[in-house]
Design a protein around this ligand. Structure first.
Ligand code: ADP
Ligand code: MG
Length: 703
């Protein structure tokens, strides 16, 4: 690894990007591929052969021995199967290297073991991966050597999506079509509109040796027991604090690896909780951003291990301090580079922007439950609505300036002024005066307008951002489509436009909320406004198969009803299995590690008491009190353990997927919490030396 990195030379060096394609491919082939990347269409086999050959030559110069179709099944992670470039060995004993157009464009992993939610039985194992040429191929270097990774979509023999990528690409297509249609109403004829995404990634870094001493971290990615250390995040001294040298070295290597693969890692800082950090890349096309985010997560993990750390991506690794999320920044850009969410300096007279804004608000209000569902995973249940992350209620933060414009529009039908930002004075001469933004920020809002983009803050830290963007793209496409239907047949376009904007805002302003999203008052207020509050993953999953949502996804060709049902089934299954594993790990740790350790400690205490008495000391009150307290805790723990075992065993009687998920949510989770409470108390009562695993303090403060 280079001591100092020449960023301009390193960035993108392992990507078969436009520059590499131009340099490598014959002009005619390059032009054909470019056309398909920009406007869609299919590659003919000769063109594919030439591209594959050049790609292979390029990759082998980077040391690649293998290629893989890199895809994103419904596990939330990526999957890959490696094939070497080796062709059939020749008589001479040598071998030619081969990689055909067919191998580039199509793969056939044996797909029977990936979750399909009933879309495919194991005996119908066929699944295909297809090259997504809009996301560039890259060479990844790791312990396996160098591998050419080809981003692909993954679907079944019948063309049903088995992954995150296929519906994401479909949703981008739908949004492209509807936005082009909408812009045409304003006399603007663009060729392409793309959703842009920047996903900020939060994570924890802990010492690998300590991590390995905790079965909960190993098996579930989070701690299932653990008393709070004397200090948590109370002083807020970690957020944006100086990055420790050990961590800085790790971040440097992460950046280096990411930059080489063309991931534009931009910002890094310490986050709120001790041992918590964040990495944000520069935004890019939604499908590429989804790939980049997967690469970021994988690279964080891989480089952490090389530095003697473990990177924890779980949404709530430690109770009592903040968990991790992923902020999904989303905007819409035309092929001439215009950001359609840019309000300009005077939003009140930017009528096109106001229409788009009103459509987004309508979309979010109409499909709030679906958007909330897109951020649901088992880990996020422990985080959302817990005063550290947005509540489970979807609302939109617009800020003072836009809220004022909306208010004017709704009350008078026209907006005539925009609040200005003004100048910020620090009161210190010598410091420059700063232009103030017209709008402050609101960290408690799940869906916040931040100047020229929306920031969806609900997504969990280990989740793919594909789901959230599939929903965003589709619901906005629908709102645009409905606007076009009205405006295309309007006799007086301007009058109809103003009327529609006003109608959208007045019908859907209930979803706009600029206050404190963490407060109890907001929960009550939201209920009065009729906004859905889906507190758990299990309560959110039915949104996938709700009539309106099925119709919408079908209409825009993003999901069939079957695909939605299968996704719901996969999600119930993931929830139940996750909690089942967690319950079993708790049982295992309590039975085999914690309770035996505490029992040994009580024996030691009892022996101490006897020995003290034998030595003539009558006053053994302290020891006795302690022993009584510990014994009491031991009994409570044991009872709770037995109760959890019973609940977990009883799960085998539940056969329906949804009922099983509900059973875990309502019966097993409370039993898990009931076991945790007395055990965390015991941790504070017994000698640290006998506690069989590193404590929260050891993990978070001594990385
Ligand atoms: P923060 O919200 O933490 O203050 P930034 O404004 O720097 O951060 O942006 C955070 C993320 O938003 C980055 O990934 C950035 O690239 C992305 N971003 C910025 N502008 C846009 C945009 N127009 N569309 C989508 N993402 C954007
Ligand atoms: Mg942000």
């Amino acid at each position: 690894m280079a001591e100092f990195i020449k960023l301009n030379e390193v960035f993108g060096e392992n990507v078969f990007n436009d520059a590499a394609m131009q340099q490598r491919l014959p002009k005619k082939i390059y032009m054909k591929l470019r056309e398909i990347i920009e406007s869609g269409g299919e590659l003919d086999s000769e063109t594919a052969d030439v591209i594959a050959h050049e790609m292979k030559e390029w990759a082998m110069e980077k040391g690649a021995t293998h290629y893989t179709h890199w895809f994103q099944p419904l596990t939330g992670f990526t999957a890959e199967k490696h094939d070497s470039f080796l062709g059939t060995p020749l008589e001479s004993g040598k071998a030619l290297m081969s990689f055909s157009g067919k191998e580039l464009v199509k793969g056939e992993p044996d797909a029977s073991s990936f979750p399909s939610g009933g879309l495919r039985a194991t005996f119908e194992a066929r699944g295909y991966t297809a090259w997504d040429c809009t996301s560039p191929a890259f060479v990844r270097q790791d312990a396996a050597g160098a591998t050419l990774c080809i981003p692909t979509a993954f679907c079944s023999y019948n063309g049903e999506a088995l992954d995150e990528k296929t519906p994401l690409l479909r949703s981008m297509q739908a949004l492209n079509t509807q936005t082009i249609r909408l812009l045409a109403l304003f006399g603007k004829h663009v060729r392409k509109v793309t959703p842009n995404v920047g996903a900020e990634q939060e994570y924890f870094i802990v010492n690998a040796e300590k991590f390995k001493k905790r079965k909960d971290l190993i098996y579930t990615g989070r701690t299932l027991f653990g008393a709070m250390p004397p200090k948590g995040q109370d002083l807020n001294d970690h957020y944006f604090g100086t990055i420790r040298q050990k961590i800085a070295g790790f971040m440097k290597d992460v950046n280096y690896e990411l930059w080489r693969m063309g991931v534009p890692a931009k910002t890094q800082h310490n986050e709120t909780a001790p041992a918590q950090h964040e990495l944000a890349p520069i935004f890019t096309k939604a499908n590429v951003a989804v790939d980049h985010n997967q690469l970021i997560m994988q690279t964080l993990k891989r480089v952490a291990s090389a530095h003697g750390f473990k990177c924890i991506l779980h949404e709530k690794p430690f109770a009592g301090v903040n968990g991790s999320g992923k902020h999904n920044n989303w905007s819409l850009t035309t092929d001439d580079g215009t950001n359609l969410l840019d309000p300009g300096r005077t939003p009140h007279d930017n009528i096109q922007f106001l229409l788009i804004l009103s459509c987004v608000i309508k979309a979010v209000d109409m499909h709030a439950g679906l958007l909330r569902e897109s951020a649901a995973n088992p880990g996020n249940d422990l985080r959302l609505g817990a005063d550290e992350a947005p509540p489970a209620i979807i609302s939109v933060f617009l800020g003072e300036q836009l809220e004022d414009v909306v208010e004017q529009l709704v009350s008078t039908g026209t907006a005539t002024r925009s609040i200005k930002g003004g100048v910020l004075s620090t009161g210190v001469s010598g410091l420059p005066e700063l232009n103030k933004d017209a709008t402050d920020r609101n960290r408690t809002s799940p869906f916040a307008f931040t100047g020229n983009k929306f920031e969806f803050r609900m997504v969990g830290s280990q989740d793919s951002v594909a789901g959230a963007n599939i929903v965003l793209n589709t619901i906005v496409a629908e709102a645009f489509c409905e606007a076009c239907e009205v405006l295309e047949k309007a006799e007086d376009f301007n009058a109809a436009l103003h009327e529609l904007i006003r109608e959208n805002f007045s019908n859907h302003r209930r979803v706009i909320f600029n206050g404190n999203g963490y407060s109890q008052e907001w929960r009550e207020e939201a209920a009065l406004r009729g906004l859905p509050n889906l507190p758990t993953m299990v309560s959110a999953i039915p949104e996938l198969t709700r009539k309106e949502n099925v119709e919408m996804f079908g209409r825009f060709g993003v999901f069939t009803e079957n695909e939605l049902k299968s996704r719901a089934a996969v999600k119930y299954d993931v929830f139940a299995k996750t909690r089942s594993i967690e319950a079993k790990v708790m049982i295992n740790m309590a039975r085999k590690q914690i309770i035996p350790a505490v029992i040994r400690y009580t024996s030691t205490l009892a022996e101490d008491i006897n020995q003290l008495k034998a030595a003539g000391f009558d006053d053994v009150d302290v020891q006795k009190t302690l022993l009584t307290q510990i014994n009491q805790g031991l009994k409570e723990s044991f009872d709770a353990l037995v109760a959890l075992e019973e609940k977990d065993n009883a799960a085998s009687a539940v056969t329906d997927g949804r009922e099983l998920a509900e059973y875990y949510s309502t019966a097993v989770v409370p039993a898990m919490n009931a076991l945790r409470t007395p055990i965390d108390r015991l941790e504070m009562l017994v000698d640290k030396a006998v506690w069989p695993m590193p404590s929260y303090g050891d993990l978070m403060f001594e990385v």
